[in-house]
Design a protein around this ligand. Structure first.
Ligand code: PEP
Length: 249
């Protein structure tokens, strides 16, 4: 039985004091909650939020990570620096990184392997653009991003990987994939994991859905056999909108 993993991606929102206030609220609201939790504030709030979630049932996530440990990489943040701040999970391959900042599968794979080598959990995001879905290529895109993102990742390392299926056309748009459509892609990704690793690895793999998930649609999405949690953007920015998703059973 897979446990739901509910993760909040705060993107480029919140000052340190706002992030601190939300994290404090969530620690109180989610104490004893039934699921696995993570929040990913901006880099600038990681230190403050780390002190708040330390020792609680909420993991600390980073929204991105450099391909390298150190060196001439202006504007990047290294795994060593994230570890220093108590980060436990790294989101990699988010569609905003892929499409706005042009990160390709090779770069994402390098980050995935580096993050795993440093003991982080990884949330690897995959998902198709609207034109790819309309052209009937959703499965092919998700397969390629999954295979390339996980190239060289061992079966043992895979235990620290969560996949987030995030159809790009549903992120921040208010459009959600239907539970049936999302479940079909999740089942397909599980098949890809079976062919890359094993049936038992696929059975254990947590596959989150992401894309305008909210209190109104979370229950129906999470009721699907292959949907094991959510990576949540907009609805993660307030305790009152995140909590109903986080407490789904
Ligand atoms: C996301 O940030 O990964 C996301 C799914 O955003 P939203 O929930 O706002 O669509």
């Amino acid at each position: 039985m897979r446990k739901y993993f509910i993760a909040g991606n705060w993107k480029m929102h919140k000052t340190v004091s706002e992030a601190t206030a939300l994290a404090t609220e969530l620690v109180a609201e989610l104490k004893g909650g039934p699921n696995k939790y993570m929040i990913a504030p901006t880099f600038t709030s990681l230190d403050a939020v780390s002190k708040i979630v330390k020792g609680t049932n909420i993991l600390l996530g980073a929204q991105n990570m450099s391909t390298d440990e150190q060196g001439a990489h202006t504007g990047e943040v290294s795994p060593l620096q994230l570890k220093d701040l108590g980060v436990q999970v790294v989101i990699l391959g988010h569609s905003e990184r892929r499409h706005t900042y042009k990160e390709d599968d090779t770069m994402i794979n390098k980050k995935v392997k580096l993050a795993l080598s440093h003991g982080f959990e990884v949330i690897l995001c995959v998902g198709e653009l609207l034109e790819e879905r309309e052209a009937g290529k959703a499965e092919a895109v998700c397969e390629e991003q999954t295979r390339k993102g996980l190239a060289g990742v061992s079966a043992d390392e895979l235990k620290k990987v969560t996949i987030a299926y995030e159809p790009v056309w549903a992120i921040g748009t208010g459009k959600t994939a239907t539970p049936e459509d999302a479940d079909a892609i999740h089942a397909f990704i599980r098949k890809v994991i079976t062919s890359m690793y094993s049936a038992s690895a696929a059975e254990q793999m947590i596959i989150q859905y992401g894309g305008s998930m909210n209190a109104g649609n979370a229950e129906a999405l999470l009721a699907k056999e292959n949907i094991d949690g959510g990576l949540i953007g907009g609805a993660a920015l307030k305790a009152e909108t995140f909590k109903p998703i986080a407490l789904c059973k």
